[in-house]
Design a protein around this ligand. Structure first.
Ligand code: PLP
Length: 415
């Protein structure tokens, strides 16, 4: 990258095999959107689909749509569509509930499977994990009151020392939401299994951004979001993966009627259905769920290898530009430089991180801020251009050079 200028970035865009996919999204003019890791942009098709669901399926067809429009099958149909992006097989994924709720189900099922071994009393995760993952494990184990302990590690290097014969479950987020650190899924899963522990992966910052092969890694359970890199819409239902080999033993306490073997038999006793739909609880939010399909459809026009290649090229370019063009400023990269250990984002600390991000957003460069002092920029290869990366760094440089930020900026509820 000797000749790193704006023209070079435009040239990269002309050579980009994914360039045309930007047309699938409706992005506001004058905005460089580097926050698709928090809320993916809107696929153009979503507007029409929303209108179809509300007007035709709900408005005109009313209750008939549960059958006629395939509403009832939607969680499994979308799950099958999503499966290929994460190395899952047919009938192993459902799109349903939130990531938090799906974590609860998966943790509960894992602990249930492990009860045959009374000494397995620990759940291991990272202190830097997304808080809800830790909270859900804590909430469930406190409520169970059976002596489970949550062990929080501060570095992946601790894993070989802490995973042992007392470990019931190792629960990690594949790509860290804040630093962008990417775990070696196969190696970590093998470590868990070597000690008889089960392995649960949270793919919130992986699905749609980083290729993953759950079967090749022999993982046990996985959950993830559809409103981040999968562009399913704000608060869109999440997904849960249970491989065929664990489905019969997959038992969780949220035994709602949608997980029943015969929901419309209306029996007074619960009997779980065979297969992945036992991970469902109750009636699904159909309008939200329907829009997830518009996000997934875009992925049918490309493949995860091409997405990964562009994702790394974007983050590599961003890091190189920030370090060369904003060199005199106190910015520190917290994302791994090693591309094999990096997700699809780049995070830098700055002592006035929140204020700098507010100034960026005011000037149309949308990233986000995460405690402590982290400026986070996500790269969505489906709609982010190389020239966007150049322009975003130029705005950042200008803000830092001119100190055009209010260091006492008031915090919004959502940062
Ligand atoms: C975004 C994210 C979540 C969000 O969970 P919700 O239940 O959708 O609020 C959970 N875990 C991780 C690791 C995330 O990145």
């Amino acid at each position: 990258m000797s000749n790193l200028d704006r023209d070079y970035c435009l040239q990269l865009d002309r050579q980009d095999p994914l360039a045309a996919l930007r047309e699938e999204f409706d992005l506001p003019a004058g905005v460089i959107y580097l926050d698709g890791n928090s809320l993916g942009a809107r696929p153009k098709a979503a507007l029409q689909r929303a209108q179809q669901v509300v007007q035709q399926e709900w408005g005109s067809d009313l209750i008939k749509s549960w059958n006629k429009a395939g509403w009832f099958d939607l969680p499994s149909r979308l799950g099958n569509q999503l499966a290929s992006l994460i190395g899952a097989a047919e009938n192993e994924v459902v799109v349903t509930d939130s990531t938090s709720i799906n974590l609860f189900k998966a943790i509960a099922a894992a602990l249930q499977i492990q009860t045959k071994d009374a000494q397995r009393k620990t759940i291991i995760t990272e202190r830097s994990n997304f808080p809800t993952d830790i909270y859900m494990a804590e909430g469930l184990t406190r409520w169970l009151d059976r002596g489970y302990r949550i062990v929080l590690i501060d570095s992946p290097e601790e894993l070989p020392q802490v995973v042992n014969s007392e470990t019931a479950l190792l629960m990690l987020t594949h790509v860290n939401y804040r630093s962008g650190y990417l775990h070696d899924m196969a190696a970590v899963t093998a470590l868990a299994h070597h000690h008889g522990a089960l392995m649960l992966w949270d793919l919130a910052h992986t699905a749609g951004a980083v290729p993953v092969d759950l079967h090749a890694a022999e993982a046990d359970f996985a959950v993830g979001c559809t409103y981040k890199y999968l562009n399913g819409g704000p608060g869109a239902p999440a997904f849960i993966w249970v491989p065929q080999r664990h489905q019969a033993a997959f038992s969780h306490p949220l035994t709602g009627w949608w997980g029943h073997a015969a929901p419309f038999a209306m029996q007074p006793t619960f009997e779980p259905t065979a297969g992945i739909r036992r991970a469902l609880c109750g009636t699904q939010p159909i309008t939200s769920l329907a829009l997830v399909e518009c996000g997934l459809d875009v992925f049918e026009k490309t493949d995860m290898q091409a997405i990964r290649k562009k994702s790394l090229a974007l983050s590599e370019l961003f890091i190189a530009l920030v370090e060369s063009r904003c060199g005199g400023h106190p910015l520190q990269l917290v994302t791994p430089r090693d591309p094999d250990r990096r997700g699809s984002q780049a995070s830098f600390t700055h002592p006035h991180g929140y204020a700098v991000m507010q100034a960026l957003i005011e000037r149309g460069v949308i990233g986000d801020y995460r405690e402590p002092a982290i400026l986070r920029f996500g790269f969505t290869p489906l709609y982010t251009r190389f020239v966007d990366v150049w322009d975003a760094v130029e705005v950042l440089r200008d803000i830092l050079d001119s100190e055009a930020y209010d260091r006492h900026a008031e915090r919004h509820a959502v940062t």
